[in-house]
Every structure is written in C-alpha cells, then in structure tokens.
Design a binder for this molecule. Sequence first.
Ligand SMILES: Cc1ncc(COP(=O)(O)O)c(C=O)c1O
Length: 370
Amino acid sequence: MKDYFLNHPTNKLDKNSTNQILKTSKSIFFHKSFYEYKKSPLIELSVLAKDLNITSLYVKDESFRFGLNAFKVLGASYAVSQILKKNPNVSVFCTATDGNHGRALAWSAEKYNKKCIVFVPKDTSELRIKAISNHGAKVEMLDLNYEETCKYAYNISLKMNWELVQDASWDNYKIIPAYIMSGYLSHFIEMENQINSLIKPDFDILFLQCGVGSWAASAIWYYLNRYGSYKPKIVLVEPTESCGVFDSFIKGKRTSPSGNLKTIMAGLNCGIPSKSAWNIIKNGCDGVIKISDNEVKASMRLFYNSNIGDSKIISGESGAAGLAGLLKCLNDSKLEGLNKHIGLNKNSRVLVFNTEGDTDRDSFSKIVEK
Ligand SMILES: Cc1ncc(COP(=O)(O)O)c(C=O)c1O
C-alpha cells in the first residue's frame, strides 16, 4: 500500500452549524485580551529551502504560545470563554487528551477559577501529566487508548454533570469542538499582514500534521473561506501507526485507525477523526501522507540543527511532523504522483507549522541533543 493518498477536493464548504460558528469567530480579539498574548513567530528558513531545492520555506512556530509550548490553548481557551458566556455557573470542566489539549484546558480553567479534570490514555508520559497538573487540574490515567478515553470522559461528564471540552466531534457533540476550531483560526489570522495576503496567499503548499483533524480542518476552512479557488494546496501528515484520516479516505468513510497506535507522536496518536473535521477535510485537502517515527525524528533534528544562517527551532515529536511530510515528498521517489498533484517543485513556496516545542523534555533531549 502507498504511503500517500491523493484527494480531489470539491473545495466547497457545507452550510452547517460548524461553518456558522467558524464564520462568526471573534477568537483573535479574545486571545489578544490575555497579557500572555504575543503573535507567534513566522520564520523563513532560507538556507534549508535552498538545500531542499524549493523557493521558500516558512515555519509558524507555536512553541512559545502563551508559555505553554504548543498551539492547543488557542482552541481550549476560546471554547471555555464561549461556554462560560452562555453558562457562567459551570463549575467543572473535563476532557480526554494525549497531552497538549489537556494542558491547554487546565490553563484555561485556572484562569476562570474553575475545576478541571483531565483523563489521559495509558502510556502518557509523566512530564506531560505534570504539565497538566501544574495548572491545578486533577489528572487520571486510564488503562485505555485515546479513543476509549474520549468515550469514558464523555460518559462520566454526562453522569457527573461536568462540562466536557473535547477537541473532536461526534453525533450530537458538535458545538464545543466548533468553538475549539474557531479558536485555532487566530494563528491563521495572525499571518494576514504576512503571507496570508489579500487576494492570494504568498505560498503554494501547506503541510499540516493531523490527530483527530480539528486543527487541519480549521486551517482548510480558513483558506477555503478566504481564498476559494486560490487556496494553497493542503497536505495532511499522519503517523503510519495511527492514521485515521488516511484510513478514512481509503474506506470512503470515517473510521478508526487500523495501525497498532504505537508512535512517539503522542499529539497525533488519536482515534477516529472528528466528525465535523472530516466533513471539511474531505472537501478541502489535496492529499494525506503517512510518516514513521524515524522520519519525524530526522525532522526534529533538522529544525534544531538548522543550517547555518537559519534560526534554531525547538520542535517536539508532533511539532515536526509537517516538516517530515515535506521531506518525505522531496526525498522519496515513490511520492512523485503526489508531488505532481500538488505541484511541488523548485518554484514552490511551502508553509509548515511547528505545533509544539519540547513538551516532553526527556524525550526531546534523547532524540535531538544526544
Ligand atoms: C502538537 C500537536 N500538533 C498537532 C495536533 C493535531 O491536532 P488535531 O488533533 O486537531 O488534529 C495535536 C493534537 O493534540 C498536537 O498536540
């Protein structure tokens, strides 16, 4: 089986509640109201672009976002604000997470003096658990995988009357994931006086790492809504052993990943894609690539040891997956069909995101520094 899937998107957005919530998002004004707010850096790696024989390579570096080392807080904080606007009496928030979203929710609940309970799947690293509990949240590790942990969190939230803030949607659970996706829009809006220019973006191809797909869907929604047929080509990147979007494309319907769920890319090690995200992804993404742990490790090292003249970027296992997708396209002749489809060549201007820094310091150090 190939390591990639070619999609021919309709490039159309459905009219539904998620679309409506995204359209009316005020997230950027909300995020700017925090004293921790700072636009995340957009860095051009010109030496690396030259080495890769492409015209330019940009990285939006989310490793500094609100001091939390990952972009996820853009979604959780906005969702919490919208929930409390409707019902200020919510007293307990809860979620299931493989790390970054839980930390983001704990931080957001702490801001409003609310309780937070976070369920994590088996094998979640101690450092990631500590990063969540440092914000006052109670963390409970379950002997379950990510998808099962989500189901557990959903059921217990109904029983205990807690407010579940999950970054994935399913039947009858769409509004809060849509708030989260509209919170993510902030970092695309931040680039409007940079490479998201008025008529056309100043880049051609975007590589986005994917877990449940909410973040990628929010990017696709943004570029389709802003540019229509001028949207950049969008390629999603998933770990081989946990590739729910890839498997869903192969089956033609939303499905749980068929792999063994063993990957160092914890943030991308999710289950079935989010229902609302899948609707947007299938209509707007141009392809999906599967990458291995070794491929992402190489990208983490490349970011860190950036070629002389480029900035050094600290990128975690899930953070470097977008770059790993680009490198795979450029280095693996078996991906030629995809390259043709997305028009990747020496004239290409590419954007990737570093979605997390060294969120597990020990693991980062083993992979990159030693
Ligand atoms: C660092 C990082 N990058 C990317 C993602 C993917 O986001 P999504 O699950 O919305 O696809 C996650 C998800 O937690 C993440 O933690």
